[in-house]
Every structure is written in C-alpha cells, then in structure tokens.
Design a protein around this ligand. Sequence first.
Ligand code: ADP
Ligand code: MG
Length: 236
Amino acid sequence: MTAAGNPASPADSGLQVTRLSKTYAGPSGELSILSDVDLSLVPGEAVAVTGPSGAGKSTLLYILGLLESPTSGTVRLGDVDPFALAKVDQAKYRNQRVGFVFQDHHLLPQCTVLENVLVPTLASPGETSGAAERAESLLERVGLKDRMVHRPAALSGGERQRVAVCRALINQPLLLLADEPTGNLDRKTAATVGALLLELSAEQGTMLLCVTHSQELAGRFPRRYELTDGRLENAS
Ligand code: ADP
Ligand code: MG
C-alpha cells in the first residue's frame, strides 16, 4: 500500500526502462548499440527478446543487471533507480533483486549442486533465513533432488543449467535476466529448461527477461520483442 492507502500500482513494483541508450566509443567514432529503448514489465510477466548477433541483447541485460551503465535513459525496478544507488547498495541490489542465467552455467566445479545454489545467499546471510530449505525445494522442483551432493562435472548440460536456474532464483529476485539460456543445449533439453524458466519465474512472481536466438524458445513467451538497429520492436 502507498502512503495514501491505495494499492501499489504495477509501476511501483515492476520494471520500467525509459529511453535507454548505450553508445561505445569506437576507433572510427561513436558506436550506437541501444537507442531509446522503452520496456515495462509487471511482476510475474515474461518477455523474450530476439535479434541478430551483435544487436545489443547482452548489453541490454548487462545494463539491467548493473554490469554496464547506460549512456542515457532511466531504469527503475520497483521503487529503486539502481544507477542512483551508492556502490555498496548496487552490489546488494545485484545480489538481492536480480538473478542471472547465462549461456554457460558458470557453476563452481569444486562445490556440490546444493552449495552452488546457495552461493548467492552467502553475501547477506542475515536476510536469507531458510535458504537451505528453499534451495532443496527449488532443486526438487527442477527434478534434481537426488543430485544435491553431486559436483557439476557429474551432471549433464541440461542438469547443470537447471542448477543455474535454481541459483538465479534462490534470493527470490524481482527480475530474472536470461542470456541465451538454452544456447548450449540440444532441442529437447532446451525445451525443458525453457519451460522451467517460465514456470518458476511465474510461480515466484519474478519478472523474466530472456534474450535468445531460438525462435522456439521465444515462441513460448507471451510477449516478444526484436532488437534491431538498437531499437526494440514489438514482435508478438
Ligand atoms: P548480442 O548479445 O546481441 O550479440 P552484444 O550486446 O554482446 O550483442 O554486443 C552489441 C555490440 O556492442 C557488438 O557490436 C559488440 O561488439 C559491441 N560491444 C559490446 N561490448 C563492447 C565494449 N565494451 N566496447 C565496445 N563495443 C562493445
Ligand atoms: Mg549476447
């Protein structure tokens, strides 16, 4: 509820990207990657972004995850402008509010499956009570209950990516960013991982923004956009 007693509007708890632009300085002048990108999501919503290689899809996700900063434009997630935060709060924002799934699973080889899922909870132990139970229930949800003490080397590619999805969701982020999450998987495994991403984020009320080359994966999403020439065009 707001101070005035009204229920929070979707804009108070969603993602609001406004006129976001990104340029890089190149040897032969400025390189425009993103131009006036507007995008809004409400909690629980899932959006896919397709586009050719080099279109700026990863750049868009990196900006939303604070791994890059925009040249201009604004981002709001819930009631927070992450680029206005102090560095220490930006790290907390990245850890608490955003989850990432990459094309490569990036699991720690020396840790078990359960330990890998728990890694994001180590940064703020006081705020993640019940983390072990949550990790176990997420792993059970993705069908890996009997693999919790295995190391990543003992898992298939699809199983590793399912662990990466659990790790991304362990802190119950508001926003899940997935960058070609099925890019290294065969068709059938990709379909399983894609379905899990959509189901789990919907169950948690997490907003899901997924960039992909795969029309098959994009086709599962209720809202689709294409990024071309730096602009986000509706593709639904
Ligand atoms: P996509 O994920 O759609 O394949 P990227 O977001 O990775 O595309 O890259 C978009 C463009 O931005 C590419 O042309 C890439 O070379 C360029 N680019 C990415 N990072 C940098 C950087 N740090 N400096 C200069 N150019 C960059
Ligand atoms: Mg990319």
